[in-house]
Write a protein that binds this ligand. Structure first.
Ligand code: BES
Ligand code: ZN
Ligand code: ZN
Length: 500
């Protein structure tokens, strides 16, 4: 919970956080009352450069610590700088075992950043930056594990501010929820556990409905591609159908499809052991979908969402799919599985077919699909591929706004020639190397028809080393972007047309 403190009043504040621009104009009258800061500025020790953190300890008075965080050049101050500065300040505060930090909102504002939006940015960044994955740390005492870090604001409590803060909290809760799901190791979170998580979300909100298709049902209905991936594991695959209804039932839903491989060993085409443990994050797309549904319900977004999560564990065994096996997907198309490690596209093929049956206005999928996207974009941007230019542009814009950057890669005819099979309708990999991310998208596109669709390859952005907003591990990518898009689109009814 965010606590509020009256501006210009320092009563009750123990840890105060101030933003400081290079021109120092962001510092208000408050600083004059805090000894030491002016001198530090005069000495040149506080530069205001973006990312710089200075901690002061006033020798007397109620304030124990002042954390000054550099915002860079005031004239160029944008949302991303505020997010970064707040994230770094919170990480320092957490390291100092601070339990509550009070942000003076005014010092983070600028011409283009008014108090309402700035409050939202601070709370969201602060709650993301203080996230830790601790549920499996058994030696730490209970108090420490439960201890929550509180982001508080020093600003007048107005309805518009309260609304923005609630939006930030709902978003942060969902991103952190998705991070926890993704951070769970493969033995703790497997397909049935994901299904239970979806059921638990539905229990908490009557606008959420969930249906789980299990082994027998998947076989009966012909989910041949999903079954082929899950068949090598003792933990059976599931398909999660989770819906959020926030608008009239006449309104076509937006389909959100998320890759839910709870562990990707590669199957018979087994992966090298170095970094194989990272493949516990291979259900980050699924986590994003559940996170978005959770946030949409909390915010009561006036949209209908159809979440589809195919979940499976990709393992080698005596029952596992062999390279060269041919299976029939839910769409009826036969697929030659040349490489069992290209499994994400297989489970997504069936999930996309399933989602089309519910006539969605458009489809957005999230998948840690290819290592190649890391070669192309590193960990800084999500790969975006689409059959609908306008939808692609809108998603990219939402990405820029929310701080989750995307970059589009093309789907041209030359690439479409690559996935040919000698024996089946399509092969799951091509014989030519290069453009691996596009090859993955070309495969998925064959199962889309002409429904407007954006594919987000989050293999590079779903997990990684520590950043200002995230500790090492899962990032919860995709949720902030999608919420920004849904909010921007809600009155436009997702009227897209595919390029086809
Ligand atoms: N889950 C992986 C993709 C991945 C790689 C995610 C690295 C995160 C980090 C996916 O299932 C996979 O193995 N893809 C193969 C495809 C190839 C066999 C065509 C890849 O990218 O190497
Ligand atoms: Zn794989
Ligand atoms: Zn995978």
């Amino acid at each position: 919970m965010v606590r509020f403190y009256r501006p210009k009043e320092i009563r009750g504040i123990r840890n105060l956080v101030l933003g400081v621009t290079e021109d120092k104009k962001s510092l208000s009258g408050l600083t004059a009352r805090i000894p030491g800061i002016q001198r530090a500025i005069k000495l040149g020790d506080v530069t205001g450069k973006l990312g710089e953190i200075n901690v002061f300890y006033p020798p007397s008075g109620p304030i124990e610590r002042v954390i000054l965080c550099g915002l860079g050049k005031g004239a160029e101050l944008e949302a991303e700088e505020v997010r970064k500065a707040v994230g770094l300040a919170v990480q320092r505060a957490v390291r100092l075992k601070v339990r509550e930090a009070v942000f003076e909102v005014g010092s983070f504002c600028h011409e283009r950043l008014e108090p309402v939006e700035t409050s939202r940015l601070i709370v969201l960044a602060g709650q993301l930056a203080s996230y830790r994955y601790l549920e499996l740390k058994k030696e730490q005492d209970e108090d420490l594990r439960r201890q929550r870090f509180t982001v508080s604001l020093c600003i007048e409590k107005k309805p518009s501010i309260l609304q923005a803060v609630k939006m930030a909290e709902d978003t942060a809760d969902s991103v952190n929820y998705a991070r926890t799901l993704a951070n769970r190791p493969g033995n703790v979170l497997y397909p049935e556990v994901l299904a239970k998580e979806a059921v638990a979300l539905a229990k908490k909100d009557k606008r959420i409905k969930v249906k789980i298709l299990r082994h027998q049902e998947l076989r009966r209905q012909g989910f041949g591609a999903l079954m082929a991936v899950g068949i090598g594991s003792v933990r059976p695959p599931v398909l999660i159908d989770i819906r959020y209804q926030g608008a009239s039932s006449k309104q076509a839903p937006v389909a959100l499809v998320g890759k839910g491989i709870t562990f990707d060993s590669g199957g018979i085409s087994i992966k090298p052991s170095a970094k194989m443990e990272e493949m516990r994050f291979d259900m980050s797309g699924a986590a994003a979908v559940l996170g978005i549904i959770k946030a949409a319900a909390a915010m009561r977004l006036p949209v209908n969402l159809l979440g589809v999560v195919p979940a499976a564990e990709n393992m080698p065994s005596g029952t596992a799919t062999r390279p060269g096996d041919v299976v029939t997907s839910l769409s009826g198309k036969s697929i030659e599985i040349i490489n069992t490690d290209a499994e994400g596209r297989l489970i997504l093929a069936d999930a996309l077919t399933y989602s089309l049956r519910h006539k969605p206005a458009c489809i957005l999928d999230f998948a840690t699909l290819t290592g190649a996207v890391i070669v192309a974009l590193g960990t800084y941007a999500t790969g975006l591929l689409t059959n609908c230019d306008q939808m692609g542009l809108d998603i990219a814009e939402a990405g820029n706004e929310s701080g989750e950057k995307t970059w589009q890669l093309p789907i041209w005819d030359e690439y479409r020639q690559l996935m040919k099979s000698e024996v089946a309708d399509i092969a799951n990999i091509s014989s030519k190397s290069g453009a691996g991310t596009i090859q993955g998208a070309v495969f998925l596109e064959r199962f889309i028809g002409d429904t407007p669709w954006v594919h987000l390859d989050i293999a590079g952005t779903a997990y990684g080393d520590k950043t200002p907003l995230s500790p090492k591990g899962a990032t919860g990518v995709g949720i902030r972007l999608t919420l920004a898009w849904l909010l921007a689109q809600k009155n436009k009814h997702f009227k897209y047309k595919s390029n086809a």
